[in-house]
Write a protein that binds this ligand. Structure first.
Ligand SMILES: Cc1ncc(COP(=O)(O)O)c(C=O)c1O
Length: 492
């Protein structure tokens, strides 16, 4: 959608003005409105040419144009309805009008036919070679040279001792809890502002989650809330078996104070870096600071294996044990021997080939995602009430997702309205994670807000929106999203 205001022209304007406006706006079309701003018809180059050929001159008024009932659509119609109308009338654009009949937007076929998605896979040039090797050598199994090499290369990239390639990030969290001995009756602290995949493995282990709020500076685990929760657990004589710290939307949590307070209580930290591969914290790679870290290579992540995960640690025995548990816990014996329940969680050698190729372009992907956010910020800097998830000064966020914030004191547009406005233009945006302590699945679980009576994660959910953020987005697509955002927040 173009910012529609610049396309409006009053029916009292003359043909010369219309031609100049057509030239300036370069859309090939204007929207002719009456004195009350109601749409009368569309005006194209061709309409004006015909008018001039029929004897009109440049000073004549546009009101001389023949009446022509415009094909319009209401401004809450779906992209599908708009395309259906365009097909029916064989046109490539449809003005949107509000209840009073005033133009509120212009839908273009070109835009509606090319959806802009939240975060899509972005392949490089190296993946195919590693995958072809797997086919050529018949390593089509959840083990093989690509799996071994992907583990070694990823560990080297993030600067950690050991890595185990797994079928998903969720599997990696599950194994991390298992490795730390989390079991029935245990409590596990967990960031509340996250995707459910962080917390589900706590339930797999029949343990009880206790949720910890985020803090405004990083949107990640609040140190004051964690301190209160640990003090409470200490008083109850029931320290958690682990703390799972999430690094949200590509940004590390403030790990030093978190590790310090957990270390003081002897509680191990699992770093859920599913969203933050490529980010840094005080010079170290995100995901390498806790006892165990995990990454995800789901299709929407900064690099992908279509589906996959990695468990990392400096403790080689733990990682070896993760490999053992991820391959059904088969004991080293001449026959099949199993002593404990285990899982089928290993990564396939084909997908590890995709991962190796993706790892080669990780730094480029980080730079591209950061550029996406910078371009939104620059294009929308003047819009009142629109803010952004902050970047903490202790390191680099990958800006896996560009997250904006609608200030309810400055705009009455809610995240739901905003997401719907983008969806009508075939642009995918999403709410910020709905915190875990709000999920019916975890009803009754304890929750520690950032400050007594002040829950930051609830505020982030109520005001935040994740925008299209993929590293393959073109500038023109980012500009289109920015233009729709401007229309949603300013030209309403
Ligand atoms: C914060 C977080 N943790 C865990 C996961 C789970 O990763 P996967 O989808 O690879 O299981 C995801 C993403 O899906 C995530 O965003």
């Amino acid at each position: 959608m173009d910012s529609v205001k610049k396309l409006l022209i009053d029916e009292q304007a003359d043909i010369r003005t219309a031609l100049a406006q057509l030239e300036r706006t370069a859309r090939g079309l204007l929207l002719l409105v009456d004195g009350d701003g109601r749409l009368k018809r569309t005006v194209t180059d061709g309409d004006l040419r015909r008018l001039l050929l029929s004897g009109a001159n440049l000073d004549d008024r546009l009101s001389d144009l023949p009446a022509c009932e415009p094909k319009t659509i209401s401004d809450d119609a779906s992209p599908e309805a708009a395309l259906e109308l365009m097909n029916r009338h064989r046109v490539d654009h449809i003005p949107q009008i509000d209840e009073a009949g005033r133009p509120s937007g212009l839908l273009l076929r070109r835009d509606l036919c090319s959806p802009i998605l939240l975060s899509t896979p972005h392949l490089g040039s190296g993946e195919r070679g590693f995958v072809d090797d797997a086919f050529r050598t018949n390593w089509i199994a959840p083990l093989g040279p690509n799996v071994d090499a992907f583990e070694t290369e990823l560990a080297a990239h993030v600067g950690i001792g050991h890595a185990a390639a797994l079928s998903s990030g969720t599997a990696a969290i599950h194994l991390a809890l298992d490795l730390l001995g989390v079991g029935p009756g245990d409590e596990v602290f967990c960031s509340t502002l996250t995707f459910v995949a962080t917390a589900n493995p706590i339930l797999y282990q029949r343990a009880t989650p206790i949720f910890i709020d985020s803090e405004p500076g990083t949107w990640n685990m609040s140190v004051p809330a964690l301190q209160r929760a640990l003090a409470d657990a200490d008083r109850r004589g029931r320290l958690p078996a682990a703390v799972i710290v999430v690094n949200l939307y590509g940004q590390s949590a403030d790990m030093d104070p978190i590790l310090e307070v957990c270390g003081r209580h002897g509680v191990p930290v699992v770093e859920d870096a599913a969203e933050s591969l490529g980010a840094t914290y005080r010079g170290k790679a995100s995901g390498t600071l806790g006892k165990i870290g995990i990454y995800s290579f789901n299709g929407n992540k900064i690099i992908t294996t279509s589906g996959g995960g990695m468990l990392v640690s400096d403790d080689g025995e733990l990682v070896e044990r993760a490999r053992f548990l991820s391959t059904q816990g088969r004991e080293p014996a001449p026959w099949y021997l199993h002593k404990r329940v285990a899982y089928n969680y290993r990564m396939s050698n084909i997908l590890a080939g995709v991962g190796r190729g993706q790892l080669q372009v990780l730094e480029e992907r980080v730079a591209a995602r950061r550029r996406v956010l910078d371009r939104y910020r620059e294009a929308l800097a003047d819009i009142k009430g629109l803010g952004w998830m902050p970047e903490a000064d202790f390191g680099r966020s990958t800006r896996w997702l560009s997250v904006c914030v609608l200030d309810p004191d400055a705009t009455d547009v809610t995240p739901a309205d905003f997401i719907a406005a983008l969806a009508r233009q075939n642009i995918e945006a999403r709410h910020v994670w709905n915190p875990m302590h709000r999920q019916p699945l975890f009803a009754g679980c304890a929750y520690f807000p950032h400050e007594e009576g002040c829950s930051f994660s609830d505020q982030a959910f109520q005001t935040g929106v994740c925008l299209p953020s993929g590293s393959s987005l073109e500038d023109s697509q980012i500009d289109r999203v920015s233009s729709v955002i401007r229309d949603a927040l300013v030209h309403r």
